[in-house]
Design a binder for this molecule. Structure first.
Ligand code: DO4
Ligand code: MG
Length: 280
């Protein structure tokens, strides 16, 4: 089952049928209390029975599925990310940190965005003006309730400035957190069981309509279990409105690739959909 937040209200999708909920999308309180209940799946099932079926949804109407939640991110959860980061920070003497965190019990977790820094489907993500080398990071994103229950999944783009992070690992917050540095959407996949480990994540970057980069990974490549990431995130940390947690990237383009203005970023995760954004 999928849940969309749109300009016209909320929608539930079940087996290609759409059901509309008459609620204002600007009402963050209503969205927050809907998406942060521990039994979201059952709640949507029972809501759906009372709702009217509609024909189709307009993609332009779809908004980021976030209310007032904080957005956090995990890092170096895939070997490919460890490898690329060790290489980019070698000159700065930071390489060892990435290997250590990849192998440690405690994961890397960092604050990624406030809701105001997040864009939804078809909106523009940004590259920093003071960065020379920026990349998208396509990541499975967890929706977690205040009680620490994973109730849904969406697609996240952890936009990153590789030159700034590579210069010094202590610059990570600047490489990661800036206006429009995060995209979420297009919907929340709500299921009563975890996504299968065979689930694929695909990234495509189109430049002037032509494929400039494409890559694929699968959840089976992730070193950590989503539940263990949540366990660390919620240690001595309270999330009254729940949280979104990006789970790290397993796709890192080669060093010759950097994003440019106008590029189209397409991230697909099986069972969730495709998140499309342009760089602007
Ligand atoms: O260690 C820096 C950030 C890592 C990250 O964002 C990722 O692996 O996805
Ligand atoms: Mg990342």
């Amino acid at each position: 089952m999928k849940l969309y937040r749109t300009k016209r209200g909320y929608l539930i999708e079940q087996e290609n049928r759409f059901y509309a909920m008459e609620t204002s999308s600007w009402n963050c309180d209503a969205w927050d209390s809907l998406i942060t209940c521990d039994d979201l799946y059952e709640r949507l099932l029972s809501l759906m029975r009372e709702l009217q079926q509609i024909n189709q949804i307009s993609l332009e109407d779809v908004l980021a599925p976030i209310g007032t939640q904080e957005v956090w991110a995990a890092g170096v959860t895939y070997y490919r990310s460890r490898d690329a980061r060790m290489e980019e920070s070698k000159a700065a003497g930071g390489a060892d940190f990435y290997d250590r965190v990849y192998n440690a019990d405690r994961p890397e977790l960092f604050f990624k965005a406030t809701p105001q820094r997040v864009v939804g489907p078809h909106a523009k993500v940004a590259i920093r003006e003071d960065a020379r080398w920026s990349v998208p990071e396509p990541e499975l994103t967890l929706l977690i309730t205040p009680g620490g229950v994973i109730v849904g999944y969406t697609i996240g783009n952890d936009m990153s400035s590789r030159d700034i992070e590579g210069e010094n690992p202590l610059y990570l917050p600047q490489a990661k957190v800036y206006d429009r540095s995060c995209a979420l959407g297009p919907c929340i996949r709500v299921a009563d069981e975890p996504l299968p480990s065979s689930t694929e994540i695909r990234l495509e970057v189109l430049r002037a309509g032509k494929a400039e980069f494409s890559g694929t990974t699968a959840l089976s490549e992730m070193k950590r279990d989503p539940a263990s990431l949540v366990h660390y995130l919620y240690r001595n940390n309270t999330f009254h409105r729940g949280a979104f947690l990006l789970t790290g990237t397993g796709i890192v383009p080669p060093d010759s690739f950097g994003l440019r203005l106008g590029d189209e970023i397409r991230i697909t995760i099986d069972g969730i959909g495709t998140l499309v954004n342009h760089v602007g």
